[in-house]
Ligand binder design. Structure first.
Ligand code: M6R
Length: 359
């Protein structure tokens, strides 16, 4: 039920701190150990490479998962768009293990790949929000997102839940493999910081609302830029804005601006920069100067430790591997308010279905 909310999307954005706390309760024991079945850990332990397969927002969560699995568990990871993999599978490693990320568990493009994986005889895990969904039943293992039903077509809380689940699994695999990175990563307290950060961001909705009114209410197009994990956030942020507001939005690696996209910048073009990585913050800031000098309106979404007085949206500091969980929140809010401002049905954007069950 929507209760006092006009749209489910905002309700679901607001639920994200609670979703993270639920995942902590479901998967993290009092002593800090994790509730991941031994069978699953052993199956992945025998693999030389992870293949994450997903569509849309879930694919974007997979891109973030790659960093988590590689950095915490030391397992090389590839991320594939399900529809591309289906008919043009890549050359596989000797011992692949497949992870299907899917909110609904019913996405046809992903089902098509799982059918192939089963025919080939490889093991798989489905991470999903829907128990007993098709992809859950047809994979060897299931990990549930416990996000509660997601009604708005635009995925918000399922995305943050997927990244949280990946962090839990990556930490658990890393502990199993005894990596130093996993031992050093204090998952429980880091997730608590993330939940608090999201809470403080959703408590300041009016900031995003004003930005949406000022910069996005009439613009034809918009750009999100970032580097590293901020680039992964930028792609998801762009999908969010375009799908609910119909503003043509592109998310791309900030370093790529000068290789083509900068030609699209005109007076008043909104460019939203995501900056959470100390190593590359200066580079992204200089990319911004290039677009500002061509007339762009820049909105900065910056971690508090890297922020200046001029930055519009400040993100509370969280662990460097978990920054997308905080950085996506202002983007979800910008998408929501832009759609609302333009008078659209935020929860049911035109031409889209919640679950895409045709290829
Ligand atoms: O149910 P799934 O996670 O498999 O769905 C995949 C995509 O259709 C989905 O993430 C879609 O991109 C979102 N509605 C976008 O917000």
């Amino acid at each position: 039920e929507k209760g006092a909310y006009e749209f489910f999307m905002l309700k679901e954005i607001d639920e994200q701190p609670a979703v993270i706390r639920t995942l902590q309760q479901k998967y993290i024991n009092e002593d800090g150990s994790l509730q991941i079945e031994d069978d699953l850990k052993n199956a992945i332990d025998g693999a030389d490479r992870l293949y994450i397969v997903a569509a849309g927002t879930s694919y974007h969560a997979g891109l973030v998962g790659k960093s988590l699995f590689e950095k915490l568990a030391g397992i090389p990871t590839e991320v594939h768009i399900a529809s591309e993999f289906g008919y043009n599978p890549p050359l596989l490693s000797e011992k692949p293990f497949f992870i299907f990320l899917t909110q609904s568990g019913e996405t046809a493009d992903s089902r098509e790949v799982l059918d192939k994986v089963n025919q080939w005889g490889y093991k798989s895990l489905t991470i999903t929000n829907v128990p007993n969904s098709t992809l859950s039943r047809e994979a060897n293992y299931t990990m549930l997102l416990h996000a509660g039903p997601e009604i708005a077509v635009a995925s918000t809380k399922a995305y943050t839940a997927q990244m949280t689940a990946e962090a839990i699994l990556a930490k658990s695999l890393g502990m199993h493999k005894r990596t130093q990175a996993a031992a050093d990563f204090e998952l429980g307290s880091e997730l608590t910081k993330v939940a608090n950060a999201i809470q403080s961001l959703v408590d300041q909705k009016d900031v995003a609302e004003k930005m949406a009114q000022k910069y996005l209410s009439t613009s034809r197009n918009a750009f999100y830029i970032g580097r590293g994990l901020d680039y992964q956030t930028a792609i998801e942020a762009a999908l969010k804005l375009k799908e609910v507001s119909y503003v043509q939005t592109e998310g791309f690696a900030a370093g790529e601006l000068k290789h083509g996209t900068i030609s699209l910048i005109e007076k008043g073009t909104p460019v939203i920069a995501i900056i959470t990585d100390e190593k590359t913050a200066g580079l992204t800031r200089s990319n911004e100067q290039e677009v500002i000098s061509r007339g762009a309106n820049v909105i900065n979404v910056v971690s508090e430790n890297l922020a200046t007085k001029e930055d519009q949206i400040i993100l509370p500091k969280v662990h460097e591997l978990l920054t997308p969980l905080a950085a996506i929140i202002p983007a979800q809010l910008l998408a929501y308010y832009t759609s609302k401002e333009r008078g659209y049905d935020v929860d049911k954007p035109r031409n889209l279905a919640k679950s895409v069950t045709v290829e």
